[in-house]
Design a protein around this ligand. Sequence first.
Ligand code: FES
Length: 62
Amino acid sequence: MKKIKLHKGKKHSICSCEMSKSLPFCDNTHRTYNEKNQTNYKSVKIIAQDTVIIDINSSTWK
Ligand code: FES
C-alpha cells in the first residue's frame, strides 16, 4: 500500500505494470516494454476533484 497526494485538477498517471522507477507513478517504462514484448500495458489516469491524500495499491507492485 502506498500513500500519495493527488492535487486538485491535475492528471496523475498511476503505473499498472510494476516496471516504473517512480512507483506508484508511471514513468513511461511500459512503452519500451510494450514495443519489445508486444504487450499493451497502460497507466491508469486519475484527475482529482480536490487535493487529497489516498492509499493506493496494485497486485502487480511488489
Ligand atoms: S511505467 Fe508502468 S504503466 Fe507506465
